[in-house]
Design a protein around this ligand. Sequence first.
Ligand code: BGP
Length: 480
Amino acid sequence: MNNITFPKNFMWGGAIAANQCEGAWNIDGKGASTADVMTAGDKHTPRRITMDLEEGAFYPTHEAIDFYHRYKEDIALFAEMGFKTLRVSIAWSRIFPNGDDAQPNEKGLQFYEDLFKELKKYNIEPLVTLWHNETPLNLVKAYNGWASRELVNFFATYCETVFKRYKGLVKYWITFNEINALMRPLGNWNHGAIIHEGTEYFIHQKDNVNMRFQALHHQFVASAKAVKLAHEIDDHYQVGCMICYITTYPLTCNPADILKAQKEDHVLNLFSSDVQVFGNYPYYIKKYFKENSINIITNEEDDRILKEGTVDFYSLSYYMSVCTSEESKEEKVDGNIMGGFKNPYLETSDWDWQIDPMGLRWTLHHVYDRYQIPVMVTENGLGAKDNVEADGSIHDDYRIAYLRDHIVEMGKAIEEGVDLICYTPWGCIDLVSVSTGEMEKRYGMIYVDKDNKGNGTLARQKKDSFFWYQKVIESNGALI
Ligand code: BGP
């Protein structure tokens, strides 16, 4: 028992995303998405984007964990853990197979209606991401992806369709998953935003920074339009932004390091949410654009659209922190989201992500202080290899330790006044990793029998963390 008090209606749950769990990539009228043409990689080999569906190639998303056909079984397990909410995403290409179709695909719409109804059956509130790292492939081939302004309207049509269809079933929406990931030079799984024909690699060879910011601008406008539409369609709708927050410390107390950390924090972490929460481009980005010769094309109405479409809540993924320095010879870490200098006070995961629960508390204060709107932690967790014992049990005490330490810090942040309303740890059931496309970087409290080569029965198995998280939820955070 500890004395941490979480608010009475705290939204405990978990998070998954369509392309990493559903499979059924071409079933019931679904079109191919950018996620469906990416090979698996590993810790050292970036995933490769193939622009066409090569015969015989193994694409991890094609089957994933077959959530499309097994969602009832999985939701029953989430309910058994006591989930109050489940963060899911809609695969845009299930609703509009080509992205620019005149009519939506009814079977795709029906699938998510059934899914949301199944959640409601257990009083689990859906928290729905509209875009989670996948764009209909046709929009990339025919229009150059998010580099094209035309995607703004296609996205608005898609959003309007689902906002109308799921009125009464859904209350919480997130427009873009980790919208700021588009700016990071490494680990750019957010490829659906900008790849264009001929781009061969996960880390783009023909990419340029100007195009990233142009694409990002289009996503900002698309997000703001979606927020406005949502509010017009149902004034109960709550719509949020979602930021990949990589907390960045100065490596030393050298003022030059402090300024460098501030600059990186501004540009990489805060810029996108400043636009989405305040409705305009912040002062510091103008200088950054100048320094980096970034010139983006904007429309006259964009200022108004951004102002009219500010979000109701702020959400973030938080996995790690990094250190930055102007001039250091210290060892560098090379995590597959983000490198940086090694923090001597922190341990790293098997994938070199620096584990920093206190950093989460710092970050929650930092963003709440700035935005003063409700905050959700919509991703957090430890990617690790699990060992299945002969009797089928899985003793993932390392995962429990990671989650426990982060929950304790969230509890403290709440006590200190942060309006944190939701916690959905990532990959509450094992699924395909976004950075490697592999299965064996597992986050789940539920094990799925499938290996990196795609072998396995897909059977589900409760890990020790399942029973532990069940107690956490039952006691509203007291029994950790
Ligand atoms: C986030 C993504 C998720 C998820 C998570 C873990 O950035 O939003 O989709 O996969 O990272 O990353 P990985 O799967 O690479 O361990």
